[in-house]
Design a protein around this ligand. Structure first.
Ligand SMILES: [Zn+2]
Length: 137
């Protein structure tokens, strides 16, 4: 959990400011021009293999996903999510290696958060797709 201090010294949980699931931790925030970039990662020490359900605790490798969110304070908000690839401990499982998933934030191959998708869809209902895309540009 990342915090900063409000006037009066009360701590503010930045994860809650950006409405992040509690399973994700915030590393750094950078503001450049019109974009806020937030680096985040999952904190779980283990995760279940999506194929066989066996709990894995060995990490194979890491990579980074870039996920756009809806605008925040007039700027584009982008998450840089550090994803771990895990080794399935079951010798019988054909999966062997799997990437952790974040159903509360983004779909498996999504490039935009689920909440941003929902905003776009609700705009698309009343206007058209081009207007909806423009409102996020
Ligand atoms: Zn497995």
């Amino acid at each position: 959990m990342s915090t900063c201090l409000a006037s009066g010294g009360r701590p503010i949980d930045l994860s809650s400011v950006f409405a992040l699931p509690v399973t994700l931790a915030l590393d750094t925030i950078t503001v450049r021009d019109h974009t806020i970039t937030i680096h985040i990662h999952a904190t779980a020490a283990t995760t279940a293999c999506p194929r066989c359900g066996t709990i894995g605790s060995r990490i194979h490798s890491r990579y980074q996903r870039t996920i756009a969110d809806g605008p925040f304070a007039g700027r584009a908000l982008v998450f840089k999510l550090r994803v771990r690839k895990w080794i399935c401990p079951s010798p019988a499982c054909p999966q062997r290696i799997f990437a952790e998933r974040f159903p509360d934030l983004v779909q498996r191959y999504g490039r935009m958060t689920e909440r941003a998708n929902q905003i776009l869809q609700s705009i698309g209902v009343t206007t058209n797709g081009a207007d909806a895309a423009e409102s996020f540009a």
